[in-house]
Design a protein around this ligand. Structure first.
Ligand SMILES: Cc1cc2nc3c(=O)[nH]c(=O)nc-3n(C[C@H](O)[C@H](O)[C@H](O)COP(=O)(O)OP(=O)(O)OC[C@H]3O[C@@H](n4cnc5c(N)ncnc54)[C@H](O)[C@@H]3O)c2cc1C
Length: 503
């Protein structure tokens, strides 16, 4: 598949996009499909001339299309610039290594030349993690050709996977019956290396929420050498080397492979939608469920507006999806107890489902976003986590900050921990034509300030990148910043790895 120079997936069909725009306008009242703006056609002339010649390495190219499709991630801020044909920050070179030797060669060349390297997996970052937003030349090190499952340890239930493998590539490479139970919404294109580098969040709403929980060991190449941790089910031997690479965002080394914990494919799955007339009652139900020790695989609460937009809700009720799964035992007893808990808060259970149909709209959503630039709709998502005691005040303040942008703001609790939820906010608003990036930046600043002030984290699973960097600097302890800076200097003395993220 040839990926579009601007969209999620292949180049979308224009009439399909117009149809999405029409349905979306009907549902939200936003957008102007009659004033449809088509995307800029790709032309090599859209790209600045490369600042450096192609090195004598077979995996490197300066082909304009290869550079264009690797200019941005997938935030709305990125989407709108690519849609308009703005590739000012395109990497000068793209490297597509097939193995670790080629990764090492590229890093050695880049270190010798002092050329910054931006590691890239699926390019689905929504925080400016893969954009060379700095002066001078840059090289995009794209791991997508290193995409195999290399080994499976059926006894310990773990698999050694190359970093450039996408979600489908990992699961297609595993023996029948085993799966990596990790399904972020970007599953189709995001990669193992990207998940580890960003501490991505999967579909489990409780318990194994982050990729961290599924990582057994990691191997990375930095300018200072190869970093590989021992395969262990757990260890108390000092600070964990894996923890240094989890969330390293390409700044400390290039992750090349990892042992990941895999699971038996569940055979018992039940999912029940529960309706609530009042949001606070629904939140209280999630609180109690999160503290019950039942650890449902799904515990996703959608406010009434979000339920109406994404899951066929009636617009008046919040909807909690409660799901359990197991490869070992029927889950009915867990479901019954969970429904008792949420029923005590007024939750009314709908028909239970085996198929988890909500997943259909979850995975289609990225394609819907393709219609936003053409129809003049700006979109932004804000995700955080906060303790239960602070959640009501944070929620009120974030919704108020979002309401300053005319449009529609929604919330879902995407993850639920015993000590707090991870709320995920979406805003869709009329875009200010020609000033969308400034509009998005203003919104990001307003809401991020509120999130930090109200005790939340700047990100629960989308990572820091360049867009969250000012807020991450405020959130982390100063001595930790010193330690991180020293680690970066030791591993990457020339400072070539993804400059501008983290430190
Ligand atoms: C529609 C949509 C839905 C999304 N849903 C989710 C979701 O459900 N959960 C979630 O957590 N996130 C989600 N995201 C965000 C994004 O998919 C994640 O951050 C994902 O982990 C990025 O993986 P990637 O392979 O695309 O990495 P990229 O975007 O290519 O890179 C992200 C960062 O990781 C670094 N990096 C990538 N590969 C390597 C490597 N091999 N070695 C070192 N550094 C590397 C890059 O330098 C960059 O800093 C979503 C994004 C979109 C657009």
């Amino acid at each position: 598949m040839t990926r579009s120079h601007w969209a999620w997936g292949p180049e979308p069909d224009a009439s399909g996009l117009r149809e999405i725009a029409r349905l979306f306008t009907e549902a939200t009242g936003l957008g102007e499909p009659t004033a449809w703006e088509p995307p800029a056609l790709f032309s090599p002339a859209l790209l600045p001339a490369p600042l450096i010649p192609v090195p004598p390495l077979p995996c490197c190219t300066d082909d304009p299309y290869e550079r264009a499709v690797r200019t941005y991630g997938q935030a709305y801020r990125d989407l709108i610039r690519a849609y308009r044909g703005d590739f000012a920050n395109a990497p000068d070179l793209v490297a597509l290594p097939r193995d670790e030797d080629e990764v090492t060669q590229v890093l050695e060349w880049a270190a010798a030349q002092g050329v910054p390297v931006v590691p890239r997996g699926g390019g689905t970052s929504v925080v400016g993690g893969v954009e060379a937003r700095f002066d001078g030349p840059s090289l995009c090190l794209d791991l997508s050709r290193m995409n195999r499952v290399l080994e499976v340890d059926v006894v310990s239930r773990a698999a050694l996977v190359e970093a450039g493998a996408s979600g489908p590539a990992v699961n297609d490479g595993l023996p029948d019956g085993l799966q990596l139970r990790f399904f972020p919404q970007s599953y189709e294109f995001s990669t193992v290396g990207g998940w580890i580098a960003t501490r991505a969040g999967g579909h489990f709403a409780t318990f194994h929420t982050h990729i961290d929980d599924l990582v057994e060991s990691v191997r990375a190449i930095s300018p200072a050498g190869v970093w590989e941790s021992r395969r262990l089910p757990g260890s108390g031997a000092g600070p964990s080397p894996d923890r240094w690479l989890l969330g390293s965002e390409g700044a400390l080394g290039v992750i090349t492979r990892a042992w990941l914990r895999v699971h038996e494919r569940p055979t018992h799955k039940v999912s029940v939608p529960v309706r609530f007339a009042e949001w606070p009652a629904a939140v209280a139900a999630v609180h109690d469920l999160a503290q019950s020790g039942l650890y449902p695989s799904n515990c996703r609460l959608l406010d009434a507006r979000e339920a109406a937009l994404t899951s066929g809700g009636d617009g008046r009720h919040a909807v909690l999806i409660v799901g359990f799964e197991s490869a070992d035992h029927p889950v009915d007893a867990w479901v019954s107890r969970a429904l008792e808990i949420v029923g005590a808060h007024g939750g009314v259970a709908g028909e239970s489902r085996q198929d988890q149909a909500w997943k259909g709209s979850f995975t289609r959503m990225p394609y819907v976003r393709n219609a936003y630039p053409g129809m003049g709709v700006l979109a932004e998502t804000v995700e955080t986590a906060v303790t239960w005691d602070r959640f009501p005040a944070l929620h009120e303040a974030v919704m108020a900050a979002m309401a300053e942008e005319a449009g529609t703001a929604t919330c879902r609790l995407a993850y639920a921990y015993p000590d707090g939820p991870a709320p995920y906010y979406t805003i869709l608003a009329p875009a200010v034509k020609g000033a969308e990036v400034e509009q998005w930046d203003g919104l990001k600043q307003r809401v991020s300030d509120v999130v930090l002030r109200m005790g939340g984290t700047i990100t629960h699973h989308h990572a820091v990148g360049r867009d969250h960097r000012p807020y991450y600097d405020r959130q982390r302890p100063d001595p930790f910043a010193l330690a991180l800076r020293a680690a970066k200097a030791a591993l990457d003395p020339g400072g070539i790895l993804n400059p501008g993220v983290l430190i």
